[in-house]
Design a protein. Structure first.
Length: 569
């Protein structure tokens, strides 16, 4: 497809938008721009669909138009109203609206049948009785032409009668199909007398039992677009070879449609370390390898939402990936960057200890002194707010923040070594207590310096390490750490992806402690646990008094390295 050289405002736009700009400039379709998003209601949408949603609905917003939401409900054996409802929720969650333009391919089944009769009457379609294997054999290969079906010789009247009998339910599934009569020697395999209709004796969730024949996608899609007045039918690259058939269908139906839609293809989103196939996602769900379509390990929009991702970060990610003509693999780090960038100004900072180790401050009073006023936000975030944080005689720190025999460059807590506690005092370890049977450290005993409150220190004293902590009245919490779903960034199509599932994609920690200020947190709240990452109060399992937090994404390494803490992955 030739493109004019972009100039002016179009120069910085992707190739789809440049095409649209030119169409508007020359007044094509009366200057109208109407797009559509046509998902199949046979599964939950994933982040690849989010890219298409952002593109189609985004273009409609830019041109003060509308994007239709149309469900391609042409296969009743796989579809369900549950999937339709989830798709509507996903589109709204991403921030888009179809402005009342909600349609179904099934809305046009009567028209599609009528058009099929017309194709038969023009000698451009015929009923074929070859079975699936024979049709594949007759189609030929990419290097050899196909053979014409023996059923192609039937008269128009024979084909019309057979097709009406198909509709009347007189034949079982697979007995006949309706095929377009095009060219069995075409270099495009899609044009070798493709299927237009097949028999499916199945209950449709909308049309009930009215139909037992259903149109194929390549037949239903262009007709639906044309009836609705779609101007730009934007789809992913795997449909590039379908474009010729898309045009053939519309060129051979004698009907005056509101517009003549054109199909344009862009590169699909392939995100590393996960699966981007509804078929494979369905396998994971049905085999109970995940907890459901909204499992936070999945790239489904429902899973991303439950993990705690924001719609703004997903839209930004889709914008960052861009619209290209060649398929490529996108690194997970790009999505993580967008998440951190968005959450940075939205998630207040609090402290949580995921692997607690008790610390006893032997020279601290039994009752807390005046609480510290700890800010929710760092100085470079223009948000306000703080919470009281009481320092207690017994506190808890991360087990990894203490070493009995520290390495030379370990600047956190160790015997005889001093460390600063975030928003509190400097403490020095004096001794430890162990379990005599196992040797496990039960508690670390320290002294504190009252002159070092809130990070100050006497002149001349250098304390290199700063660690976080929680007081003795911290709240118990469950924390779920999510890692990559797959062990490999990319998996070849011929590999068994189930054998590449990461066995550590979910780690559930039940002995965690979070600071008392979270006692008023609610499901759906987001926080940054300092030095740990961004976390989300699970919208399903979170209860007051029994908090459950999902890790959305880890932090950058820069703060951890400065504080001499291990890299969090």
């Amino acid at each position: 497809m030739e493109e004019t050289k972009p100039s002016g405002e179009s120069a910085g736009k992707d190739f789809i938008r440049r095409i649209i700009e030119e169409d508007v400039r020359i007044g094509k379709n009366g200057g109208k721009v109407i797009t559509r998003f046509p998902p199949e209601p046979n599964g939950f949408l994933h982040i690849g669909h989010a890219k298409s949603i952002c593109l189609n609905f985004g273009i409609a917003q830019e041109y003060h138009s509308v994007c239709h939401l149309r469900f391609d409900d042409t296969d009743p054996t796989k579809e369900d109203v549950l999937y339709e409802q989830s798709i509507e929720q996903d589109v709204h969650w991403l921030g888009f609206d179809w402005q009342g333009k909600l349609f179904h391919a099934s809305d046009y089944f009567d028209k599609m049948f009528e058009y099929a009769i017309r194709l038969i009457e023009q000698g451009k379609a015929y009923v074929c009785g070859l079975n699936e294997e024979q049709i594949r054999e007759y189609r030929g290969t990419v290097t050899s032409p196909g053979r014409i079906s023996p059923f192609a010789k039937q008269s128009v009247e024979e084909n019309r009668q057979l097709f009406r009998k198909m509709k009347a339910g007189e034949f079982p599934d697979g007995a006949y199909v309706l095929r377009a009569r095009i060219d069995m020697a075409s270099p495009n395999m899609k044009m070798r007398d493709p299927l237009l209709y097949r028999i499916r004796h199945a209950h449709h969730y909308r049309t009930k039992d009215k139909w037992c024949i259903y149109p194929m996608y390549d037949y239903a899609h262009p007709i639906s677009d044309a009836i609705e007045g779609i101007t730009h039918s934007i789809c992913t690259l795997e449909f590039e070879n379908n474009r010729e058939l898309y045009d053939w269908v519309l060129d051979n139906i004698p009907e005056q449609f509101p517009s003549r839609p054109r199909q344009y293809e862009f590169a699909r989103l392939d995100l590393q370390y996960t699966v981007m196939s509804k078929r494979k996602l369905l396998q994971l769900v049905e085999n109970k390898l995940v907890s459901g379509w909204d499992d936070p390990r999945l790239p489904t929009i429902a899973g991303l939402r439950r993990r705690g991702c924001t719609p703004e970060s997903i839209r930004k990610f889709c914008e960052l990936v861009g619209v290209a003509k060649a398929n490529s693999s996108v690194e997970m780090s790009q999505l993580e960057f967008c998440l951190r960038d968005d959450l940075n100004t939205k998630a207040p900072r609090v402290m949580a200890v995921l692997h607690p180790l008790k610390v006893v401050i032997d020279n601290y009073p039994d009752h807390p002194i005046d609480p510290t006023d700890a800010p929710y936000w760092p100085h470079d975030i223009p948000n306000t707010g703080s919470r009281p944080l009481s320092f207690t005689r017994e506190i808890y720190i991360e087990r990894d923040d203490f070493q009995e025999n520290p390495a030379k460059d370990f600047f956190r807590l160790a015997p005889g070594q001093e460390v600063r506690l975030r928003y509190a005092y400097c403490i020095r370890c004096t001794h430890i207590k162990k379990d005599p049977a196992t040797g496990e450290i039960l508690s670390v005993h320290c002294t504190y310096d009252p002159e070092t409150r809130s990070g100050t220190a006497p002149s001349g004293r250098k304390v290199k390490g700063t660690i976080h902590w929680v007081p003795s009245n911290a709240l118990p919490a469950e924390v779920r750490l999510y890692n990559h779903l797959l062990l490999m960034a990319q998996i070849d199509a011929d590999l068994d992806f189930l054998s590449r599932i990461n066995p550590h994609s979910l780690e559930t920690l039940t002995g965690c402690l979070v600071e008392p200020s979270l006692k008023n947190a609610h499901a759906g709240d987001r926080y940054q646990f300092e030095r740990q990452g961004y976390f989300f109060a699970d919208p399903v399992d979170y209860q007051l008094g029994k908090p459950v937090f999902n890790r959305i994404v880890t932090l950058k390494d820069s703060w951890s390295k400065k504080q001499n803490t291990p890299k969090l992955i």
